[in-house]
Ligand binder design. Structure first.
Ligand SMILES: Cc1cc2nc3c(=O)[nH]c(=O)nc-3n(C[C@H](O)[C@H](O)[C@H](O)COP(=O)(O)OP(=O)(O)OC[C@H]3O[C@@H](n4cnc5c(N)ncnc54)[C@H](O)[C@@H]3O)c2cc1C
Length: 422
């Protein structure tokens, strides 16, 4: 159940291992939180998604579906950072081993003075300590004496969107994982990538591999009477008997479907905090601006993407303040932000604007909580979802990893051979 990337990744692996798979999805769309739909006659993603080169399972999944050619991945990490006054500076990697690969452009990075650069360098040198640090990432940075300039020019632009939360809301441990995995362990790991086709194409390619996908079909209950039989109760009362189930829905829905999670040996599913993202789509008359993506400093817009000549998508992570704002206000706000930061837009005219809102874009586990893995007390029920215990924050990579882990677990516990696909 659940046709997000976790459910789809599980389903594709189960189908590849010879299982007859039926997917049950509440929405009329495939892809869950990584989907696309029509807005005023144009297909837009529900929100601009970025992946990194270290998202190895997500990238391999796209390749397995024949969609590898629809992913664009930078040859090297290269971020254009724009200040509100239109000052541009790049952070990009050089051909040096990590962590020195960022050094040259970091020294030339115009958005930090020397004091702030030293602050950041000091924190980077001690990044491994954050893996076991208590408290939030914001507290850890404060303990290392990071001043406002370092937060504004470096830590917030990179880490608020990566973790979709303010620095004082994410644990130091989670932020350390991102910092080490993306920036400090492998020179190529932080290269940015995005899909060049609407996100729903990826989900459709996955669903095409399955026996059937029942859309607009919410599962409202689950019974597991024996180790080789489970009954899905669908909205409207239909009962579907299957041999085994992967439940790949977010924690609040899983809690409702299962009733008591502890019956299945799962930790509490309450307390996962939904974190919002807002995307604002702007169409203007200036044509191509010549960049693919840029970070905006000191702005509610963390990233702006040039999706096509004349079409910008502004991504607002940790968007608690904006999630309920009317579209006209969001469009005005973002247009002001991009025209300030991107000088060629100063004389452009805004032709059209739209907003997409995701109040539950990611889920943050409660502090100290144990995220469940795929296993439950029943051999024929496995759990998946980007919020589960994959070692990754709630991302595309975590979703695919969790789905594959759930499928492998189910096949093992049912005595089948997990598929060895890459
Ligand atoms: C706007 C936005 C921007 C994002 N940006 C990024 C990014 O840049 N990089 C990144 O890595 N990640 C990003 N994410 C997060 C990423 O999309 C998610 O981590 C990932 O897609 C989650 O996949 P999932 O399969 O675990 O969950 P979901 O995609 O939530 O899938 C769960 C599915 O279960 C279905 N469902 C729920 N209840 C039921 C029910 N009762 N019966 C049947 N089906 C049900 C839902 O409809 C949904 O389709 C973003 C998310 C959003 C919304």
């Amino acid at each position: 159940m659940g046709a997000g990337l976790a459910g789809l990744a599980a389903a594709v692996d189960l189908a590849a291992a010879g299982c007859a798979v039926t997917l049950f999805e509440r929405s009329r769309l495939l892809g869950g939180r990584a989907t696309s739909f029509q807005v005023d006659g144009v297909e837009v993603d529900n929100g601009q998604h970025v992946f990194l080169a270290c998202f190895t399972e997500f990238i391999a999944f796209a390749h397995r579906l024949g969609m590898g050619g629809s992913l664009r991945l930078q040859d090297r990490f290269d971020v254009l950072a724009l200040s509100r006054r239109g000052v541009a500076s790049r952070l990009r990697t050089a051909a040096l081993p990590a962590p020195w690969h960022l050094l040259v452009s970091f020294l030339a990075y115009r958005h930090l003075g020397w004091g702030a650069k030293l602050d950041v360098a000091r924190a980077l040198a001690r990044a491994r300590e954050a893996r076991t640090a208590s408290g939030t990432f914001g507290e850890w940075l404060a303990r290392l004496g990071q001043r406002e300039e370092a937060l504004r020019g470096f830590w917030r632009p990179l880490f608020v969107p990566a973790l979709n939360a303010p620095l004082d809301r994410v644990s130091a441990v989670d932020a350390a994982f991102v910092l080490l995995t993306a920036f400090l362990e492998d020179r190529g790991a932080a290269r940015l990538g995005y899909a060049t086709v609407p996100l729903a194409r990826l989900a459709e390619a996955a669903a095409a591999r399955l026996g059937s996908a029942r859309l607009s079909t919410p599962v409202v209950g689950l019974e597991v009477p024996s180790d080789d039989r489970a009954v899905l109760v669908l909205d409207g009362g239909e009962r579907v008997t299957v041999e085994a189930v992967v439940a790949a829905v977010p924690p609040p829905q899983l809690a409702r479907i299962l009733g008591r999670a502890d019956r299945y040996g799962l930790p509490p599913l309450e307390g996962y905090e939904p974190r919002p993202i807002v995307d604002v789509h702007l169409w203007h008359d200036r044509g191509s601006l010549g960049f693919d993506l840029a970070a905006l400093l000191d702005s509610p817009v963390q990233w702006v993407f040039e999706k096509a000549p004349g079409y910008l998508c502004c991504s607002l992570s940790a968007a608690d303040r904006h999630i309920r704002q009317p579209t006209a206000e969001l469009v005005r706000l973002c247009w002001d932000e991009v025209t300030g930061a991107i000088p060629p837009l100063a004389r452009a005219t805004l032709v059209r604007g739209a907003a997409t809102r995701s109040p539950e874009a990611t889920f943050l586990a409660p502090a100290g909580a144990r995220r469940p893995g795929p296993a439950t007390l029943r051999p024929n029920l496995a759990i998946a979802g980007s919020w589960t215990d994959t070692g990754w924050p709630d991302t595309l990579e975590s979703a695919v990893r969790s789905g594959r882990a759930a499928a492998a677990h189910l096949l093992r516990s049912l005595g089948r051979t997990p598929c060895a696909t890459r």
